[in-house]
Design a protein around this ligand. Structure first.
Ligand code: GLY
Length: 379
């Protein structure tokens, strides 16, 4: 049975695992990343919103602080990545327009804007007419809006491509293999076993396997993080040249009580998402999901009817009981979690890489990461 060694083994090559690996490798750490399909799961499906303000939920103050730190970290992270690889990182600093359709939607949006203002977040309330001045193709029925200058987006697929190049250039070994088991000696994780039977010894293991993170054999049941898959269906539309740009900013809408978001890419793609369903590891796109997204998108952006539907896809968000990630010690020595990012994986990529790299370098979790330890769930 062949054996290998590495300073750090990262399980999972989504945006989180790749950015952790890149950060460590540029600090001179020997890193191996294991994933049978790098970048092809949740990171490939996401819409890529950096939305600490427009996705804020009542009462999630610690998560908000982490989200704000990460949105502020994105420009530097993107610049470093671009300098290192010569490729675009996919960051688009466009701002976000939240809009409401009917009067009930407008009341809900106003309440959320008040909460956002109380938290000290930058928001500007708009009339329907002002919203249409920013986005002229919005439906005349749009009754109001909130302009959020600090919420942006990242082309997640571009970011995956660029991070794969970055890990390659920084000397990371990428093994297209599934980890079947974490190897332990007493209460210390010492390596991993791969699906071809090979083993790899590691000084540290980082689990960045998204919704699959709790499934690793060798990790005692009571230490596994409470991460579950939450399915999201999403559509990709192509805007014909004549109508470009259909939107200039990310638009989040509440339309007759339903939520939809539309994220424009510079190349003419419009990403429309996303449903939220608790169906386990099911990634089928259901007709009802696609229908609801198209119905709500055309309510606020009637030109949706004229766009080409080029892709329907579903992915799995790694959700936790408090919607916040699980970062740092696992209860097994030398095994760290970097998982559970739920709706904020793209947003939290830079800060997660920094928290995990600092934890490995210093042996303790930095202040920013402390509210997100697995121990908050009694693990
Ligand atoms: N952050 C977008 C979503 O989870 O659908």
């Amino acid at each position: 049975m062949p054996e290998h060694t590495s300073d750090v083994v990262v399980i999972g090559a989504g945006l989180i695992g790749l950015s952790v690996a890149w950060r460590l490798a540029t600090d001179g750490v020997r890193v191996t990343v294991c994933d049978p399909t790098p970048g092809a799961q949740t990171s490939n499906v996401a819409a890529g919103m950096l939305a600490p303000v427009t996705e804020v939920e009542y009462g999630e103050d610690d998560l908000l602080a982490l989200n704000l730190a990460s949105v502020n970290a994105w420009p530097r992270f993107a610049a470093e990545l671009e300098e290192f690889t010569g490729l675009p990182a996919g960051l688009h600093q466009t701002g976000t327009l939240a809009v409401a359709y009917d009067v009930d939607d407008a009341a809900a949006l106003r309440r959320l804007a008040e909460y956002q203002r109380r938290l000290g977040l930058e928001v500007e309330e708009l009339t329907g007419r002002d919203a249409r001045r920013r986005e002229p193709l919005l439906a005349t029925g749009v009754s109001g809006g909130v302009w959020v200058p600090g919420d942006h987006s990242v082309d997640n697929r571009q970011a995956v491509t660029t991070l794969l190049e970055a890990v390659d250039r920084s000397g990371v070994l990428l093994l297209r293999r599934r980890v079947t088991r974490v190897l332990t000696s007493g209460t210390t994780a010492v390596g991993v076993q791969l699906d071809n039977g090979d083993t790899m010894h590691a000084g540290q293991i980082v689990v960045a396997a998204g919704p699959w993170s709790p499934q690793l054999d060798g990790v005692p049941e009571e230490l596994r993080p409470p991460v579950r898959p939450v399915k999201g269906e999403l559509l990709r539309l192509r805007v014909p040249e004549a109508y470009r740009p259909a939107l200039q900013h990310t638009v989040r809408a509440t339309a007759r009580g339903f939520s939809v978001y539309l994220v424009p890419r510079p190349g003419g793609e419009l990403v429309v998402g996303a449903t939220t369903s608790e169906l386990g590891y099911d990634t089928r796109v259901l007709a009802g999901g696609a229908f609801a997204l198209l119905r709500d998108a055309r309510t606020v952006l009637p030109i949706t009817d004229e766009l080409e539907l080029v892709e329907t896809i579903a992915g799995l968000r790694p959700a936790t009981p408090d919607n916040a990630p699980v970062l740092g010690p696992s209860g097994l020595d030398r095994l760290l979690w970097a998982t559970g990012h739920y709706r904020n994986g793209v947003l939290l990529t830079p800060v997660t890489a920094q928290v995990i790299a600092d934890t490995i370098r210093t042996g303790s979790v930095p202040e920013l990461g402390k509210p997100f330890l697995a121990s908050r769930f009694g693990r």
